[in-house]
Design a protein around this ligand. Structure first.
Ligand code: GLY
Length: 348
């Protein structure tokens, strides 16, 4: 496969040299001729794709999943970069899902005050969301993403062969964020998703590519205008305030938690009179169509303990992202007490 520069037209500007479609080895070989490269991946990816990764000269393999964001892995990574004689001109390539790209983005941002980095997302969630936007971070003890920066990758490369080894539940996990883009900004994407199903997405590469590039264009369009989340970037948090609380208290995967959070946020939008009930039903139906959950078992009080600690809370108010139509979201500041009572009416 050759290296194809994916061009996204963003409000009259064309984003180039950021998104590519390429096979990992072709891309790696084209870069390693020109500069010192370190590739970081995790154990699971390495086991599934040893055929390609074994050719990398400076390869670091870390623990899979959230474990790679622990401080001891971080220290190990710095030692390994020094062993590889990394310097300020080194390029670090992260090959993995959302946790790995969070970790590599942060490591690259602070090593020698920052070196260039780029990603090969290996999950649907990573390709449509986690690899884009520049937020990165690692955990500190129990504190998730306590240490982090916002720093953009130099490139993001779609190599479909990584997604081909994914488990079906990983596709579902990513579909929650895809559905989110349809709900908040793109009615056409929402309608498209209503007319296909998970089996088509998993088996039809053209359809998968369409979804990935569509979502990447939507997200980068927002990031280009609002890197530091002062405006429209907030809309990307649809389903996430409640979703994060669900994720932390139930230990559900991110996408599954966001799916429930979106269902609750759509119900709140309806209860507050912003969203017509048949549109709220369409949102619930599409979440269920992609075999994602719409409810969780914890009591409202248990979730509330987590929501109270949300870092986006502002005094006694919190910004909820609500819908007034499919494809149309807005920021709704709400008193915490009002939020709690409306959540109680949904959950209990
Ligand atoms: N890295 C994900 C984001 O910035 O939204």
């Amino acid at each position: 496969m050759e290296i194809v520069d994916i061009q996204y037209n963003i409000k009259n500007e064309t984003i180039t040299k950021l998104f590519y479609q390429a096979d990992f080895l072709t891309f790696y070989k084209s870069i390693v001729e020109k500069r010192h490269v370190v590739v970081i991946t995790d154990e699971n990816i390495y086991n599934c794709h040893e055929d390609k990764l074994q050719f990398v000269e400076n390869l670091m393999v870390v623990d899979a999943g959230e474990a790679c964001k622990d401080m001891d892995v971080f220290q190990y990574a710095i030692h390994t970069l020094l062993d590889f004689e990394a310097d300020r001109n080194t390029l670090i390539i992260g090959v993995g899902g959302g946790a790995l790209t969070d970790f590599v983005g942060f490591l690259s941002s602070i090593f020698m005050r920052g070196v260039d980095f780029g990603f090969f997302p290996t999950t649907l969630l990573g390709a449509v969301d986690a690899s884009i936007g520049g937020k990165n971070g690692v955990n500190f003890g129990v504190y998730k993403n306590l240490l982090g920066t916002i720093n953009q990758p130099k490139f993001i490369v779609n190599d479909p062969s990584f997604l081909q080894t994914l488990d079906i539940s990983e596709f579902k996990n990513g579909m929650a964020e895809v559905i989110k883009y349809g709900c908040i900004l793109d009615r056409e994407l929402f309608g498209y998703l209503e007319n296909i199903d998970l089996e088509v997405i998993v088996n039809d590469l053209e359809c998968l590519n369409y979804i990935i590039t569509k979502c990447q264009a939507i997200k980068i369009n927002i990031i280009e205008k609002d890197v530091f989340e002062k405006g429209d970037r907030k809309l990307l948090n649809f389903g996430h305030t409640i979703g994060h609380a669900i994720e932390m208290s139930n230990h559900f995967p991110h996408g599954f938690s966001v799916a429930i959070g979106m269902n609750y946020a759509a119900q709140i939008s309806e209860k507050l009179g912003f969203l017509a009930s048949e549109k709220r039903e369409r949102i619930q139906n599409i979440i269920e169509k992609y075999d994602l959950p719409i409810n969780q078992p914890k009591s409202c009080d248990e979730l509330w303990q987590m929501i109270k600690g949300d870092k986006k809370k502002n005094g006694d108010k919190i910004n909820l992202i609500l819908l007034n139509d499919i494809g149309s979201a807005f920021v709704h500041p709400i008193d915490l007490e009002d939020f709690k009572s409306i959540l109680q009416s949904i959950i209990n």
